[in-house]
Unconditional design. Sequence first.
Length: 260
Amino acid sequence: MAVITASGLARTFTTKRGTVEAVRGIDLTAERGEILGLLGPNGAGKTTTLRMLTTLLAPTGGSATVAGCDLARDPAGVRRSTGYVAQSGGVDPNVSVREELVTQGRLYRLPKAEAAARAEELADALGFDGLLDRKCAAMSGGQRRRLDIAMGLVHRPAVLFLDEPTTGLDPGSRAGLWELVRRLRTDFGTTVVLTTHYLDEADALADRVVVVDQGVVAAEGTPRALKTEYTGSPDASLQDAFLAITGRGPAPADTIPVAV
Ligand SMILES: Nc1ncnc2c1ncn2[C@@H]1O[C@H](COP(=O)(O)OP(=O)(O)OP(=O)(O)O)[C@@H](O)[C@H]1O
Ligand SMILES: [Mg+2]
């Protein structure tokens, strides 16, 4: 059975100026050990979808299961099995990196010694082992992003949701994160759903991508299948396919009106 299933998942926000249909009915599935890329233009509904799948936001329509738990009926079960790295991180600037990681481990009921060991292990895997005793506020943007990612991994979740995990990371850290995501899959069978605006990243990392536009799924498939279907060539870039899917690419030369 699929580790994630969403059916008609929707979220409408009511604001003073009216209603915003952020997500208008999304169907998606992900299998155990799959790396799923969630792509889409700014405002497409990616973050809203992830916030629903992690129980942080109640859907206004549709249903979903994550790791065998129904979002509406067993939100605690969903939370136990998932890790979430938000688009903007949420670490406390005033405590040390080690403290932040250990507290997170304790929140997930790890014994003290195990939480401490896990903090060291993750810092090592994500390349900030030299920074454990610094205050979170004293980390650079990219270092803090790596800490955000470690926070989502403390309890070894079966499903990991990463919202733009590599924005602001230097090329070495980005490669390190790709490596880590692949290792989570091979070592633990972790299912990873990640959003990114770097289409070379989605191409390299994702087994399958779902392109969301204006709150609905506009296309879905392996990067290779999408390239072939939307550009005619498997050797095209995923960016070309994305632009064709979302209709935001430059107009083909022969459709540009010529003044006579
Ligand atoms: N709390 C809210 N109240 C009203 N509108 C919201 C709220 N949260 C999100 N939206 C709107 O819902 C739409 C989808 O937002 P969302 O953050 O899911 O987009 P996104 O695909 O993650 O975009 P980005 O690539 O810029 O991160 C946007 O139009 C956004 O303005
Ligand atoms: Mg977003």
